[in-house]
Design a protein around this ligand. Structure first.
Ligand SMILES: [Zn+2]
Length: 145
């Protein structure tokens, strides 16, 4: 792993990319990020996957924190340079972002990994299911459902 003190933020995971896209949609608080990721990708993030990244973004000046409401919850919003940063991601991850914006990510019905492109589609008991690869499709088909 690279140190978190490096000046540039590394977006080396889809999770981080999706968090950036979520921030682009408007202010969110940490719990919303976790909730959104769960419904969007089926992936349950732990706070330790979210908050250190948010702190890193804040240290870099990409997001700012505001407290709002009676519960004093913390909202995170993109700053102007944060928006520039997200735009720069767009050229790097354009295809993934496209897929994300067009529809939700598909999750392999067998192993649960995320599929961005392609995948193996089977119709099992009248239900169209998508798998990341042939062996997942076979494993699912023959596990005796
Ligand atoms: Zn799979």
């Amino acid at each position: 792993m690279y140190g978190t003190k490096s000046k540039n933020i590394r977006i080396e995971s889809i999770t981080k990319l999706l968090i950036m896209l979520l921030l682009e949609n408007g202010p969110v608080h940490g719990y919303e990020i976790i909730k959104h990721m769960k419904s969007r990708t089926g992936k349950k993030l732990s706070p330790s996957q979210v908050y250190p990244f948010l702190r890193q973004l804040e240290a870099r000046g990409y997001i700012s924190k505001t407290r709002s409401g009676t519960r004093q919850r913390t909202d995170y919003r993109l700053t102007a340079s944060g928006r520039d940063f997200v735009s720069s991601l767009d050229s790097k991850f354009g295809e993934i972002i496209d897929v994300y914006m067009r529809s939700r990510l598909i999750t392999c019905a067998h192993c649960g990994c995320e599929i961005y492109k392609g995948g193996e589609t089977r119709t099992i008991k009248g239900k169209k299911l998508t798998f990341c690869c042939k062996s997942c499709a076979n494993a699912y088909t023959y596990k005796g459902v």
